[in-house]
Ligand binder design. Sequence first.
Ligand code: GTP
Length: 366
Amino acid sequence: MTADPQPPPAPVRGAEAVVLVGGRGVRLRPLTLSAPKPMLPTAGVPFLSHLLSRIRAAGIEHVVLGTSYKSEVFAEHFGDGADLGLEIEYVVEDEPLDTAGAIRNVADRLREPDVLVFNGDILCGVDLPELVRTHRDAAADVTLHLVRVADPRSFGCVPTDADGRVTAFLEKTDDPPVDQINAGCYVFRREVIEDIPAGRPVSVERETFPGLLASGARLQGYVDESYWLDLGTPAAFVRGSADLVRGIAPSDALPGAPGESLLLPGARVDADAVVDGGSTVGAGSVVEAGAAVHGSTLFDAARVAGEAVVERSVLGAGAEVGAGAVLRGAVIGDGARIGAGCELLDGARVWPGVELPPGGVRFSAD
Ligand code: GTP
């Protein structure tokens, strides 16, 4: 006897989405010198496409992007959103307003009672309809998605009481009292957004949430253990991209079936090369005989020469890795050339257009 198939989740009604995409992405330099973080190619499409696919899958159609850094590239790519079944609006900050300032800045575009707000660099599998339902059942002012992580020490943690109500926002410590952290996804009652001060930078984590808590507002936690990754660092970026390619991270925007590698149109991988671990080989990129590419992301028109090893690394558009070079945990900017035999280890970053001569430059940032 087979189990009855699960009915698809009911679409969320009476809610819309705001996605914050205005950050400079400093930790992901040099990749973010040419594109904002949410537009970096991730498993074959701009990272933001994965998040938008999840928003659409939840039945939400109206999306407002709060932009600042390199604001124009979002509209150039996504247009009015119709191709994705969405209605996308763009609001530009002349000066970055930080996270809550950016939310306040889009208030006049909002029209639904509940507003889902996302950090634009989060990859996660939270059940969005359930998050909204929790918010409504609790009649909360704001509901925060809180995710349980194995090692909460590098995050501020957010304890909740027996009713799921947030009791504090705690700074990072070596001995956190709970393992649940702010996952960067919230539901706001729309009126709460209108109360955020306008026209100046405001941080949602440092000012808005602690202020609401102190004033007695109802802040609800929705705790789960779904897939969650903040793609803020190079290491997280390559991991998130590989998890998308392998189908570990949820997305409806993956171009193709999940697998060990994703080869975009025009990519060429020699029969004697290995590409695995969720690697993406961008359009027109080449991996030559004897080379090995593990868990890495190659943007378009990159080249990995024979016998080179590229592991947990990102190669920007047009970047080249010479024969026999070894890259582990490295980030190579657009058009940079790594000479034959060089060794670049964890944390190494090469700026766009830089050429490292052949002959074994060895570099580790650690
Ligand atoms: P780093 O510079 O590496 O810290 O990255 P970031 O600038 O993206 O900052 P952070 O990861 O803390 O930002 C979390 C989310 O908020 C990201 O999706 C950012 O794009 C977004 N964000 C941060 N600051 C602003 C801002 O001033 N305006 C807008 N619209 N979005 C912002």
